[in-house]
Design a protein around this ligand. Structure first.
Ligand code: GLN
Length: 293
């Protein structure tokens, strides 16, 4: 008998929530009651309103929920379990092929909106290390005439991102390829926007990340090499040849990396147009452009 067979059947909501919250608390998951409620809601395929309308004594299917609780006690990220995550205004599919989109990363989208106020501009957009496609798709959703390309070293991530483009109704304006940074592009390809949330955690810090990140998210999307800056060295070296004359590079950075990024920009004859903090006040998005001639 498999685990799922064993747990087939129905049980009252209040019992399932108690049982789930206890298992999650014992595993050290934060907000165990809230997580149990959200896992049950998603496992039953209900909205928050539909869930609230049910009596705590209602009997509901338990197999999927108990399986999901067991996964969450292993600190698998909530979004991998439910298979979806909201980013900007979009509902995206997620998988372990890519990082779970983070709220901090929306800082890049708000930067783009301020630097390119004309929402009808036919922007060409390149997103390096696109993952779920979240940054590129959020930008395309705001600029109805824009077209973009997402690149990821992981073919599974490129497939995931392409599926997300279709899911968001943006499939006609986005293309995805599996490749290493800009290697797959024609040497003369230029873009109005080059976006990236590259791996930027120094290798020795990886062991200290939350278990959700450390044990479940792809290390290739996190590990920025010895000093965390390997990807930025490539991005900044490449950027001058990739940007149109008025183009912008918009990169996510980690805590304490602003000075290093400013130095890399200067070395590559780029200006830093802005460094924008996230909602916690941490410098999160760096905007670069060509130096005026
Ligand atoms: N912000 C992510 C984290 O700390 C790291 C993302 C990245 O390396 N690009 O979990």
């Amino acid at each position: 008998m498999t685990f799922a067979d064993h747990n087939r059947g129905q049980a009252p909501i209040e019992q399932l929530l108690r049982q789930g919250a206890q298992a999650l608390a014992e595993a050290g998951v934060e907000n165990p009651r809230r997580e149990a409620r959200l896992l049950l809601q998603h496992a039953l395929g209900l909205t928050a309103e539909q869930m609230l309308a049910l009596s705590p004594r209602s009997e509901v299917d338990q197999a999927c929920y108990l399986d999901w609780v067991a996964r969450r006690t292993q600190h698998e990220p909530f979004a991998y379990i439910t298979g979806q995550k909201g980013f900007w205004t979009l509902d995206l599919a997620v998988s372990s092929a890519s990082l779970v989109p983070r709220g901090d990363t929306e800082t890049l989208v708000s930067c783009v909106l301020d630097h390119f106020p004309d929402r009808d501009a036919p922007l060409s957009v390149l997103d390096l290390g696109t993952g779920t496609g979240c940054i590129l798709l959020a930008v395309l959703s705001e600029y109805k005439q824009a077209w973009g390309m997402g690149v990821d070293i992981s073919p599974q991530a490129a497939v995931l991102a392409a599926g997300n483009a279709a899911r968001c109704g943006l499939g006609g304006r986005a293309a995805f390829i599996a490749g290493s940074w800009t290697d797959a592009l024609a040497p003369e390809a230029r873009f109005d926007l080059v976006l990236s949330n590259p791996p930027y955690i120094p290798t020795r810090d990886l062991a200290e990340l939350m278990p959700e990140v450390r044990n479940h998210e792809p290390v290739r999307a996190l590990d920025g090499g010895r000093d965390g800056l390997d990807a930025y060295r490539l991005l900044c070296t490449d950027l001058p040849a990739r940007l149109t004359p008025d183009g912008l590079g918009v990169f996510e950075i980690g805590i304490g990396q602003e000075a290093d990024l400013r130095a890399l920009a200067a070395e590559n004859h780029l200006d830093v147009a802005e460094v924008r903090p996230d909602f916690e006040g941490i410098s999160r998005a760096v905007v670069m452009r060509h130096q005026p001639i």
